[in-house]
Design a protein around this ligand. Structure first.
Ligand code: C5P
Length: 205
């Protein structure tokens, strides 16, 4: 069974993907982490994330980088969104994701283009979303909880910028697949969203 979970930043898709993986006993891949590793490696190389060849060189990052806490920083998310517009970068990361999706027994993947590009044949596809304000509020609370000072307005502006880049790029833009179930988590607790996700997947499989 392959489950594709796509959606914008801070929609809850990562938490939902991990909960689905635990529930159905499947391995899970957070594909955003791969783009974050490329963005961060570009910076370590003193490269320009907006330059396609600098970003392509960074696709050759060491596997150990995937465990680096710096990949979780907000600033790394922005770098990831900049390197992810380059088609050559997307192509370099494709095989790893497709192989993960097609492993025997199945898998859960979360990202932006799982249901459209990586696993268009997935058994269940969820498009997880919430309003930009709600997503900014969640991210803001999470960051303040880590003791980092950031304004809500700056958070909202970053969410809008990331959404615009992810939905506006030419190659594999963030878009709901025609056969994806919509899961708006705006009015839900995370527990309710997970329960709803399980119900939607069960109905498809
Ligand atoms: O999901 P996360 O916020 O970690 O992703 C970081 C960035 O990586 C996204 O803003 C998006 O630009 C890019 N990404 C992508 N395709 C994916 C996963 C992430 O373009 N499948």
């Amino acid at each position: 069974m392959i489950i594709a979970v796509d959606g914008p930043t801070a929609s809850g898709k990562g938490t939902i993907a991990r909960a689905l993986a635990a529930h159905f006993g499947l391995p899970v891949l957070d594909t955003g982490l791969l783009y974050r590793a490329v963005g961060y490696q570009t910076q370590l190389n003193h490269g320009d994330p907006d330059d396609a060849s600098d970003a392509l060189v960074a696709c050759d990052f060491p596997d150990s980088l995937l465990d680096d806490p710096a990949l979780r920083y907000e600033s790394t998310g922005s770098l990831a969104s900049r390197v992810s517009v380059h088609p050559t970068v997307r192509k370099a990361l494709l095989r790893r994701q497709v192989d993960f999706a097609n492993q025997p027994g199945g898998a859960v993947l979360d990202g932006r283009d799982i249901g459209t590009v990586i696993a268009p044949h997935a058994d269940a596809k969820l498009f997880v979303t919430a309003s930009p304000e709600e997503r900014a509020r969640r991210r803001h609370t999470e960051i303040l909880g880590r003791g980092v000072e950031v304004s809500f307005e700056a958070m909202l502006a970053d969410i809008h910028a990331r959404d615009a880049r992810d939905t506006g790029r030419a190659d594999a833009p963030l878009i709901r697949a025609a056969d994806a179930d919509l899961l708006d988590t705006g009015e839900m607790t995370i527990g309710e969203a997970v329960q709803r996700a399980i119900t939607l997947v069960e109905a498809r499989t």
